[in-house]
Design a protein around this ligand. Structure first.
Ligand SMILES: Cc1ncc(COP(=O)(O)O)c(C=O)c1O
Length: 387
């Protein structure tokens, strides 16, 4: 059957071929260390699972949720932002519940822009941003994230006509794929840039909780005036290992929140109430599980970086997220190096060019296997005598 022109324009899933290659290697019985994906390996903390179980047994949870979700969940999100970031939010007008932030990031351009409008995206960046571009039929320009700028975009370097035409801008810190963390000064600069050029901001805070070396990644909404220009998307997928549950929320600018809620009124009937109750438990009960998780990732990061340095691979330690952004040795493209690691060392990593042009020269490794497996991975690479 013929599909719509819009469907034909959807971007190809770059990482589908990686998944296929890894699947084929595993099917051959090879012991692949898979660092290619971004799926948390730890289980959801038991008190959150219990909250789901209890709610699932209550017949009230079997009905349609309110269109825009449970008021208690929105209140919990607002309280969470007050407690964690000292940000004040009105739960009714400044919080929108999401089926995971992927949905929010994809629907926002449709809710805010007209076909042909211009968006700004980071390069390298999370590939699903491009899905929203295609569905809304908008145009985009990229903002290079370069190591010399700490993988932050340089707004001053953008051409004037791009600054004038752009209506919506996405940023993401702690960053996937580079592991970079933004400071408050950068967010303040972002607010000033947004005000000067009348651009709406959406900060993807997917790795909010995961900052290393005692540094807590700041929220974009802590910057003065941030709520006047933008929103932040917060997922429970990473902070609480709830990737399969599909739950997150957007917070901030009331007009943008209303745009999200309005489009969602026509797409969904909010989330299964039991998932919302579990999310409330995650946000309001003890946060010890989060501290433990960050310590686990930090231990893995240290093990990986230490081993890489031992074999002479001069990699930078990520400051946050659960990814390491590793520079590729001379003579290889990102894809050639990723293929080499899979073929000769049974290690899967994501080639950096899959995240954009400025990802070339890097591969992304997820800190999503235990320390010993990470060390074993580097020992296998050592045998290739590349460094
Ligand atoms: C940068 C970034 N943003 C958003 C998401 C989407 O998260 P979710 O849809 O699970 O909330 C991910 C998931 O990997 C991500 O890496």
């Amino acid at each position: 059957m013929e599909l719509s022109n819009k469907m034909k324009k959807l971007p190809k899933q770059f990482f589908a071929s990686l998944v296929q290659k890894v699947g084929a290697a595993v099917a051959e019985g090879r012991d692949v260390i898979n660092l290619g994906q971004g799926n948390p390996d730890q289980p959801t903390p038991p008190h959150i699972v219990k909250a789901l179980q209890q709610s699932a047994e209550n017949p009230l949870s079997h009905k349609y949720s309110l269109f825009r979700g449970l008021p208690e969940f929105k209140q919990a999100a607002a309280d969470f932002y007050k407690r964690e970031y000292n940000v004040d939010l009105d739960p009714e007008t400044e919080v929108a519940i999401l089926f995971g932030t992927k949905v929010g990031l994809v629907e926002l351009p449709m809710a805010m822009l007209n076909p042909g409008d211009l968006m700004l995206l980071p390069d390298p960046g999370y590939p699903d941003y491009l899905s929203g571009i295609a569905l809304a039929e908008v145009q985009f320009e990229t903002m290079p994230l370069k190591p010399e700028n700490g993988f932050l975009p340089d707004y001053d370097a953008l051409p004037d006509e791009v600054k004038e035409r752009a209506k919506l801008l996405y940023i993401n810190y702690p960053n996937n794929p580079t592991g970079a963390v933004a400071d408050s000064a950068f967010f303040e600069k972002t607010v000033a840039f947004a005000k000067e050029h009348n651009i709406a901001i959406s900060h993807d805070f997917a790795y909010a909780a995961i900052g290393f070396d005692g540094e807590r990644p700041p929220s974009f909404l802590q910057a003065e005036g941030a709520k006047e220009v933008g929103i932040e998307m917060y997922t429970l997928s990473k902070t609480y290992n709830m990737a399969g549950w599909r739950v997150g929320f957007a917070v901030g600018n009331a007009d943008m929140i209303e745009a999200i809620n309005l489009i969602q009124d026509h797409l969904f009937c909010s989330l299964f109430p039991a998932v919302q109750h579990a999310a409330i438990a995650a946000l309001t009960e003890s946060q010890e599980c989060v501290d433990e998780l960050v310590a686990l990732y930090e231990g893995r990061r240290n093990a990986l970086v230490e081993e890489c340095h031992r074999i002479g691979w001069n990699v930078e330690a990520p400051k946050g997220s659960f990814f390491a952004w590793l520079s590729v040795p001379e003579g290889y493209s990102s894809e050639q190096f990723a293929d080499l690691l899979l073929e000769k060392a049974d290690i899967a990593v994501a080639p950096g060019n899959g995240f954009g042009e400025y990802g070339e020269g890097y591969v992304r490794a997820g800190l999503l296997v235990d320390k010993e497996r990470l060390r074993e991975g580097v020992r296998r690479i050592e045998k290739l005598k590349l460094f």
